[in-house]
Design a protein around this ligand. Structure first.
Ligand code: GLY
Length: 341
């Protein structure tokens, strides 16, 4: 097939690479390849760490995609940082919340190792005052910027916003993968959820990904493999304005991260950026036929774009070749009918 992919973030590029490897002719178009949400993403491959009530489909998809990551990463020549993830609650209220998540994970049959305060601090000696938490040994991370760079080295991209119109009879199929900025008639299917995220450098990085709740404030700290970079994220705000970094956002992230890992006080501040996550009404992605002839969506990945990239690529390519659709992700599903996301 002759396929055009709109959007050169991790989703669009992963789809384009998979389709190319299956022998299709693929053209990718993006005015600023790799500069959207993928550029901000922390790269946590953490289906367990992000599991919450009512999100069973996301859990299933996250686990399926996490299982594809080792081969996907090794074919790209990037490393999966296999540290596991620590959940850490600063006070009794935070720990209660974490315990609720652990009960959900236990019911879903996943591996969790609950840790008391001392065990947690022995596992991650840089932690400050914590009430307790758990180790999620199967939740790892990658560097999304390395992943995107490796994909861009394999998939040529036309730098253009011209042609970001969905109907183009020159192609058998157009795959729309433009994150929170979907063209019409699909724009109403996603809502922008701003995430602000920081990067610092330190010679005292944590050994694990640490997902903390600090007096009710969620924060995660992600060390990079083979580097002194540490990512601190992320705010989450529903809004209609541009994705700008705010003083309050930076303050909240730094405040929570420093309480969780006090040695971050000595880290060198590198970057603060903000991008919009593409949220859908049911917080599940849109992967499959759009309802417009010749147009397939690969969008709406909300908090999970990096994790779900290899699975999305496979689903999109399967869809084009066999017509198969995962009903939970079908962009025409009843849950999305009516009002905007
Ligand atoms: N998946 C992490 C985030 O969206 O902040």
């Amino acid at each position: 097939m002759k396929v055009r992919v709109l959007g050169a973030g991790v989703i669009g590029l992963a789809c384009a690479w998979e389709l190319t490897r299956r022998g299709h002719t693929v053209e990718v178009v993006d005015p600023a390849p790799g500069a959207g949400a993928s550029h901000a993403a922390a790269g946590m491959l953490c289906p367990a760490g992000e599991l919450w009530h009512g999100e069973e489909d996301l859990w299933r998809l996250g686990r399926e995609s996490a299982a594809l990551w080792p081969a996907f990463a090794s074919q790209l020549g990037v490393e999966v940082h296999r540290t596991g993830t620590l959940l850490a609650g600063a006070d009794a209220g935070d720990l209660q919340e974490i315990d609720r998540q652990l009960a959900l994970l236990a019911a879903a049959g996943t591996v969790v190792e609950p840790l008391g305060r001392r065990e947690l601090q022995a596992t991650e000696p840089g932690l400050g005052r914590v009430a307790g938490g758990a180790l999620l040994p199967e939740d790892h991370s990658v560097d999304p910027r390395s992943v995107v760079a490796a994909l861009l080295a394999r998939v040529p991209v036309t730098r253009s916003s011209v042609g970001l119109h969905v109907a183009d009879p020159a192609y058998d199929v157009t795959v729309v993968a433009t994150g929170s900025d979907l063209p019409e008639p699909f724009a109403h299917l996603v809502r922008p959820v701003r995430g602000e995220i920081l990067r610092v450098r330190t010679d005292d990085a944590p050994r694990h990904v640490v997902r903390g709740l600090v007096h009710g404030e969620p924060v995660y700290v992600v060390p990079r493999a083979g580097s002194d970079e540490v990512v601190i994220g992320a705010t989450s705000e529903e809004h209609d304005g541009p994705a700008v970094v705010t003083v309050e956002g930076v303050h909240r992230l730094l405040d929570a991260a420093r309480q969780l890992l006090p040695s971050l006080d000595r880290a060198a501040f590198v970057e603060a950026i903000a991008r919009n996550r593409p949220g859908t009404r049911d917080n599940l992605p849109l992967v499959g036929p759009s309802g417009v002839d010749g147009v397939v969506l690969a969008a709406g990945h909300y908090r999970h774009g990096v994790l779900l990239a290899p699975l999305t690529a496979r689903l999109v390519a399967d869809q084009l070749e066999t017509g198969a659709v995962d009903v939970a992700l079908d962009p025409r599903r009843p849950a999305l009918e009516g009002a905007p996301a």
